[in-house]
Design a protein around this ligand. Structure first.
Ligand code: GLY
Length: 574
């Protein structure tokens, strides 16, 4: 009896503890802020900046520079990204540091004389490289919303590049897998192999050239990258390999401040990235279509809920192909696309009992290899939140390191529509809105997003994964809002994806049960593609405000980590 009493007391205590933390055990918890990213070292850099009194913007910028060193397949100086910010006072901002087409780019630059797309030219060549934006963007964001000096936020990245760090299993295997791709480029082999042989797990990985570039940026700001020695080396690489980027392209690069996309969903504010991202528009558009339905009551992963979401995705991605592009070059009808009224009309033909066919879904009329990108989420104890997604496009971008810089160059030009209605690497279609023009930014799916409730940032999320970025972000948001999940479950739960064309549902192994699949087939969904075990959709490193502090969840599909400072406090103790 005594034993039974003791055991039930222990069980009650367990529940009480879980209730008090309000997070599942796998999420990190801290009360001084939180950082989640794909790299443990980068998350720790951000956590240290928060510990030292920096705000979420300082931490996010430090994480951005650190990721270029510790997660080189997507973290970068030679690529681009988007950062969405919500300051504690409610100020919203979106920084667009997406790459731009070089001034020498032309509409048909990836077509042969017969008008066909030349395979790999927009992904594996010096012509694939867009003018990098990350350095300009990170520095602009720091200057406007940060509190720490450039030197302070870049110092950890310099240290990691100069002193090196022990390669873990994840990174050593990633380099080894790519050696054949690096082989044509001596400078890439010099960075990512040891004299042509794969690095071993546990070996120290030093990047002295990259450290030198980071030092120049720390000392001279954007001139340390877009001018002087770094610029000379970048342009020399272009000349050597037949690329287009010139000194004029580099000095002319500016990040852009954009009006964030703001939508409302079941009492929450959804703050996300506007064009040239398609992510924010599509997430809000899909949530608007779904708001009229009680998705929560249908149940997570039920055939009914999955059917509703697929049909919203189908329509939103059809609109993407027609209407989304760089707003500086093409009139993107943003306010229409994210309006409740448009969503109501667009979903008018939705049939709860029958799947549509993508060939019958035209874009709505509105007035005028492995994918790799990476996402980091940051929240600080003051209530500032930053959602940051950055990319080289495919894993390690073009695989070309600009000799003498240690900087990997992106292959973002593939995100343009090389030819109308011809799929890019992700199978995405595009038309006039996303045609190549000199100086234009290519359309992106990156969806850094902040969800706020009651005047406070609640959830910070986003993901890599090319076209699946948008649907991953959508599902994390819906898992929290519709299905009432804690952060750990919201990030971990299986995901699925539909993008209009090709007309098929992609889902994670074990994500849809056999009887759910049967029911979906019964509704008329015909094509299903299951991801192999161990290969997931997205990598949604996210943070969330919880009772007494912050939860951080690195997506368990990959080897990221969450970290945050923890301060002794009596608050919350009973
Ligand atoms: N390169 C992937 C994206 O921006 O969507």
């Amino acid at each position: 009896m005594k034993n039974l009493y003791r055991r039930s007391k222990a069980i009650v205590l367990l529940f009480v503890c879980a209730e008090a933390l309000a997070i599942a055990p796998e999420a990190e918890f801290a009360n001084g802020g939180m950082v989640a990213s794909r790299s443990r070292l980068a998350s720790e850099v951000g956590a240290q900046i928060l510990e030292d009194g920096g705000n979420a913007v300082d931490a996010a910028v430090a994480v951005g520079f650190a990721l270029a060193v510790t997660y080189p397949s997507a973290g970068n100086l030679g690529g681009g990204g988007f950062m969405v910010i919500r300051m504690a006072d409610g100020t919203l901002a979106a920084n667009d540091h997406r790459e731009r087409a070089p001034l020498g780019a032309t509409r048909d630059m990836y077509l042969d004389k017969d008008g066909n797309v030349v395979p790999r030219l927009s992904t594996h060549s010096h012509l694939a490289v867009g003018v990098p934006g990350s350095v300009a963007g990170l520095l602009d964001v720091l200057e406007k919303y940060g509190t720490k000096s450039r030197r302070e936020v870049i110092a950890p990245a310099i240290r990691l590049a100069a002193d090196g760090f022990a390669l873990d299993r994840d990174l050593s295997r990633s380099f080894a897998r790519r050696l054949d791709d690096f082989a044509p480029y001596a400078a890439s082999m010099a960075v990512f192999s040891r004299n042509g042989q794969p690095f071993l797990q546990g070996e120290r990985f030093r990047q002295p050239d990259l450290a030198a570039v980071l030092k120049r940026i720390s000392k001279s700001g954007r001139a340390g990258f877009y001018e002087g020695r770094t610029a000379d080396l970048l342009v020399a690489e272009m000349v050597r390999g037949g690329g287009l980027i010139t000194h004029e392209d580099l000095t002319g690069y500016e990040s852009a401040w954009r009006e964030p996309i703001v939508g409302r969903y079941r009492g929450h504010e959804i703050i996300s990235m506007p064009p040239p991202s398609s992510g924010g528009v599509l997430v809000v558009q899909m949530l608007n279509m779904l708001e009229a339905y009680d998705i929560g009551a249908m149940g997570f992963s039920s055939a009914e809920a999955v059917h509703h979401v697929i049909e919203a995705e189908r329509r939103a991605y059809a609109d993407r192909a027609e209407h989304l592009g760089d707003p500086d070059f093409f009139p993107v009808p943003v306010s229409t696309l994210i309006s409740k009224e448009y969503a109501r009309k667009r979903f008018d033909d939705f049939n709860p009992d029958e799947a549509s066919r993508s060939e019958d879904i035209a874009p709505g009329s509105a007035p005028p290899e492995s994918p790799d990108t990476t996402h980091a989420s940051v929240i600080d104890k003051y209530g500032n939140a930053v959602s940051y997604t950055t990319t080289l496009n495919l894993s390690y971008g073009s695989k070309i390191v600009a000799a003498g810089t240690g900087v990997l160059l992106n292959n973002e030009m593939d995100d343009f529509s090389a030819k109308p209605d011809t799929p890019n690497f992700y199978g995405l279609l595009g038309r006039e809105a996303n045609a190549i023009e000199p100086g234009k930014r290519m359309l992106s799916s990156m969806t850094p997003t902040i969800v706020a409730r009651d005047g406070q940032a609640l959830l910070v999320t986003g993901s890599p994964g090319g076209s699946t970025i948008i649907t991953t972000t959508l599902q994390v948001i819906m898992n929290v809002i519709d299905h009432g999940m804690d952060l750990s479950d919201a990030v971990s739960s299986p995901r699925f994806h539909h993008q209009w064309q090709p007309d098929r549902v992609v889902y994670e192994a074990r994500g849809l049960s056999p009887d759910t699949l049967d029911r979906l087939r019964g509704l008329g969904h015909e094509n299903f593609v299951v991801m192999p075990f161990g290969r997931g959709i997205g990598d949604a490193n996210s943070v969330m405000r919880v009772d007494g502090g912050f939860a951080g969840m690195a997506d368990p599909r990959n080897a990221g980590a969450a970290a945050g400072p923890h301060h002794a406090t009596r608050k919350g103790l009973k």
